[in-house]
Design a protein around this ligand. Structure first.
Ligand code: CMC
Length: 433
């Protein structure tokens, strides 16, 4: 077993008249897991855990979450401290390599990211094949996979090849994302500017046009950088588990993170930040009161969810939502942006937090509840919200792919199932059906 774990006691499973002993492992923060790796061999039974809510898929040293207490730490450091003092690139290094970088390491990493942010000219032609109406997420996933064609033999999780791939992915996902936006709005691509910080460069590539350079206000660049930090990792969420799943077959880093982008796209995962703005605008435009909307959500037959609320792991405040709620007010004031949707968001939050339905189910605002409001105020189009999430999550995906590749005990991920289909039957020829 991995270091950082210790065996605390055994669990006894009584099954069909006999007892099976299963080891129990404890991690550095006291989380315990029953080790069932021998279960099928010893009992011929498997476990059934829809949505994997009780299943630990790996042992990881990257991110710690205590969902009951609303705690999130990257490599042991509280998210609040990173949001306050760090930058996205420094946090990326921390996640991937495990320690805060020394001054020289950060300088070199930032320089490599800045200098590798151009994409190969021939990749520009790929954008021509996408319809203008395409959502940017599949474009980004496809482009990242295409980038893998330039480093197809990358299976190393250590050394210069890995270092350059990690920096390239962080650099180029921002360029590809800005180009996807330019494709959608029909404007010429703007090349990266190596003199700008990461967030300002992304905004420059998205919003500069040939006759007018976009210069991000420092508070706007800082707010975006902070959003990227808050999204940089979240342990075994759907997209990160996808990256690990794909990587477990020894698919290379580009293919693995390209799959992560697809998983993130769904509205129950990264797509929720778009859904929050749609919901808030729908309420603002419809004349519905927030109370009416909450009642609709509670009526299961309406199939309406309060988007940006609830989380598989957090059964208390999502700490990222707390940070962004404070940030929201500051950004809207700095930009003089329309406060109405923020007001609706605050009313909805208050109504939900005092309502039995939400209290009973431990439903609190998650990171997406406030991130969309900030992104909208900055001028990021709604279809790019999930893209910003993907840019932010890139270091986490890379860190998990690397950790899994280092793990000598890692095997190809291959869950089992319980078959509930038809029992054995014979094929009926077409003329007899
Ligand atoms: N609005 C109304 N009811 C909800 C909501 C919500 N947002 N979320 C959960 N519930 C109810 C759900 O109907 C169920 O009720 P009941 O017990 O009566 O059947 C109960 O709460 C448990 O919900 P669940 O769907 O079993 O919970 P889950 O852990 O499978 O789902 C979730 C977690 C995030 C998918 C879900 O809370 C949700 O759909 N939220 C809205 C979408 C959203 O904001 N997603 C962003 C997640 S944070 C970013 C990320 O990490 O991806």
């Amino acid at each position: 077993m991995s270091d950082g774990l210790h065996e605390c006691k055994n669990a006894m499973l009584a099954l069909e008249g006999s007892t099976v002993e299963l080891p129990v492992w404890e991690g550095t923060e006291g989380e315990r897991g029953i080790d069932i790796t021998q279960l099928r061999g010893k009992t011929s039974h498997i476990t059934l855990d829809s949505g994997f809510a009780n299943t630990g898929s790996c042992v990881s040293k990257i991110t710690f979450i205590d969902g009951e207490k609303g705690v999130l730490r990257y490599r042991g450091i509280p998210i609040e401290q990173l949001a306050e003092h760090s930058t996205f690139l420094e946090t990326a290094w921390l996640l991937i390599y495990g320690e805060l970088p020394m001054r020289e390491q950060l300088k070199k990493f930032s320089k490599t990211v800045a200098e590798t942010s151009l994409i190969n000219e021939s990749l520009h032609y790929h954008f021509e094949g996408f319809p203008r109406t395409a959502h940017p997420m599949p474009m980004i996933s496809a482009m990242i996979n295409a980038m893998g064609c330039y480093q197809p033999a990358l299976y190393a999780s250590e050394g210069a090849d890995f270092d350059i791939a990690a920096a390239r992915l962080i650099a180029k996902v921002s360029t590809i994302s800005a180009f996807a936006h330019k494709k959608t709005v029909g404007e010429p691509f703007r090349y990266p500017h190596p003199g700008l910080d990461y967030a300002s460069n992304l905004l420059h590539m998205m919003f500069s046009v040939p006759y007018r350079r976009y210069n991000a206000k420092p508070e706007v660049a800082r707010a975006l950088d902070r959003i990227l930090i808050l999204h940089a990792d979240h342990e075994q969420n759907c997209s990160t588990s996808t990256v690990r799943m794909v990587g477990s077959s020894r698919a290379n880093l580009y293919a693995s993170v390209s799959a992560g982008v697809c998983a993130l796209w769904g509205p129950l995962h990264g797509g929720a930040n778009m859904a929050v703005i749609d919901m808030l605008e729908q309420i603002a435009g419809s004349g519905l009161t927030t109370r009416d909307f909450i009642d609709r959500v509670k009526d299961k037959s309406s199939h309406t969810r309060l988007m940006g609320f609830g989380h598989r792991v957090y059964k208390n405040f999502d700490p990222r939502a707390k940070i962004l709620k404070e940030q929201c007010d500051a950004v809207l004031q700095a930009l003089g942006a329309n406060q109405r949707i923020l007001e609706i968001a605050i009313e909805l939050e208050e109504a939900a937090l005092n309502d039995e339905y939400f209290i009973e189910r431990n439903l609190y605002p998650n990171v997406d509840f406030y991130s969309g409001i900030i992104l909208k105020a900055i001028g990021i189009p709604v279809n790019m919200f999930t893209v910003i999430f993907a840019i932010g999550r890139m270091p986490g995906w890379i860190a998990h792919w690397r950790e899994m590749s280092h793990d000598a005990a890692a095997r190809i991920n291959r869950p089992r199932q319980i078959y509930a289909g038809s029992p054995l039957r014979d094929y009926t020829p077409l003329k007899m059906r």
